[in-house]
Design a protein around this ligand. Sequence first.
Ligand code: ZN
Length: 371
Amino acid sequence: MTETAFGFQIEATDGKARTGVLRTPKGDIRTPAFMPVGTAATVKAMMPESVAATGADILLGNTYHLMLRPGAERVASLGGLHKFMNWNKPILTDSGGFQVMSLASLRKLTEDGVRFKSHIDGSEFHLTPERSMEIQRLLGSNIVMCFDECPALPADRQRIAESMRLSMRWAARSRAAFGDRPGYALFGIQQGGLEEDLRAESAAALSDIGFEGYAIGGLAVGEGQEAMFGVLDYAPGQLPADKPRYLMGVGKPDDIVGAVLRGVDMFDCVLPSRSGRTGQALTRTGAINIKNARHADDPNPLDEECTCPACSNYSRAYLHHVFKSGEIISSMLLTWHNLHYYQELMAGLRAAIARGQLREFVNRFYLLREK
Ligand SMILES: [Zn+2]
């Protein structure tokens, strides 16, 4: 029996936008794809079968969280992350680099890697490109991300250039440490902040090393949508056209639509699940704050056209009540709705690109939100 190889096939394009399929031995990922975030081996408030029912083909797991607790070696000894969390479709893991920078304390960055203390119990860890590759292999991740470093914006050009070049050296070490693993993919991460020439230098360095896919990193870190779209006007075109392009940590529905228009294939964001726990529903007509008193007597669903369980079976009045009462079902229903909405949006984008009608789809997307 031959193992299915990892591969990416573009099936249709419309302008810069593409739709296709990313094939892995754990299943196909239809692109453009949205990956729900399962930080600590769970998408909060969701059973894995419910996440699959929303239409998700792939989940994201966080190396930083899992290495601290329960530990990568423990997950491996229990059969890997898929078995541990009962998710049998593809999993992408981040490298841990970004979250070390944003969550850990007492970080010490050197050429070798990063030394830091756990935000949970203060214990000391050393994360390097080699250790990040080992952790992601122990977890059983299907799509592994290069270990990189990303300065918060705004940062001066010198700092961005030095950081990007360090990340490119780490990308080469990640590639070497990843080794030969048929059916598994390693993605490089483009850096360079908002500087077009640094982004080009980073893309060239990554292409020289060669990866199964390429992420656009260092965006959605406080620069704003206009600046992000400014980079996305050129960054996807700097990366190899025949490989998947992944915009990390993005985003709001209109961020995703704008990025798909500019040629991005994959996304992840905590927004739909996090908003679900704070009483915010994301819908075709925009965000709805279920906390608002105007929903207390409303017998209508969140969105009468949505087919998710929250909209099919419950009123806004009920969702308002369970949120105000602090009931767990509030997080469950709103998270389910939000993830369902995101997957419907991705399905709509894929279908529109396949038909060559992306512009019409995007016009309708904006029109509904203005009502
Ligand atoms: Zn719904």
